[in-house]
Design a protein around this ligand. Structure first.
Ligand SMILES: O=c1ccn([C@H]2C[C@H](O)[C@@H](COP(=O)(O)OP(=O)(O)OP(=O)(O)O)O2)c(=O)[nH]1
Ligand SMILES: [Mg+2]
Length: 153
């Protein structure tokens, strides 16, 4: 069991009575978060699902909103902006954007686990603008330049 980082969490009125996000197992990386509303996603539809929660993440951390693999595999339900980024200075309602990539409508009931939240440290870059970059073996090669799948001819 690793140490935990305290994160302030506030239940909004429509979040009353719901489980707070929690780790399903001792070694889980993500806390499962539940929907605060009933919503049905038609095939191809997306929706920002209310959680009824607002957070104050400590400076130097973010929370990532990631899909649940079971929903993805069985029903094609994913998070289109995965990993969603919850900034430490955001005080609005945490929402989980879901998309239905499946072929059937998918009903979500209030209280059901829809995604998982991963607390992660943030490192910030400071640009150091230069006229020339150092040379490397890769150079400008990318996007499949090292091979792998059959080339597109
Ligand atoms: O899945 C998500 C993604 C974002 N947010 C909230 C928290 C985050 O801090 C804020 C802004 O998110 P982001 O920076 O990804 O969105 P943006 O389109 O760049 O909006 P903004 O201009 O407000 O930064 O929206 C959520 O509640 N759920
Ligand atoms: Mg932004």
């Amino acid at each position: 069991m690793t140490d935990t980082i305290p994160v302030k969490i506030k239940r909004l009125p429509h979040g009353e009575g719901l489980d707070l996000p929690r780790y399903a197992t001792q070694g889980a990386a993500g806390m499962d978060v539940v929907a605060a509303e009933d919503v049905t996603l038609s095939p191809g539809a997306r929706h920002a699902v209310a959680t009824g929660l607002a957070l104050a993440i400590p400076p130097g951390y973010e929370i990532q909103v990631r899909p649940r693999s079971g929903l993805a595999l069985k029903h094609g339900i994913s998070v289109p902006n995965a990993p969603g980024t919850i900034d430490s200075d955001y005080r609005g309602e945490l929402k989980v954007i879901l998309v239905n990539h499946g072929s059937e409508a998918f009903a979500i009931a209030r209280g059901e686990r829809v995604a998982q939240l991963v607390l992660a440290p943030v490192t910030r870059a400071g640009w150091e603008e230069v006229d020339d970059l150092d040379e490397t073996a890769r150079g400008a090669g990318g996007f499949g330049s090292t091979g792998g799948h059959a080339a597109l001819a």
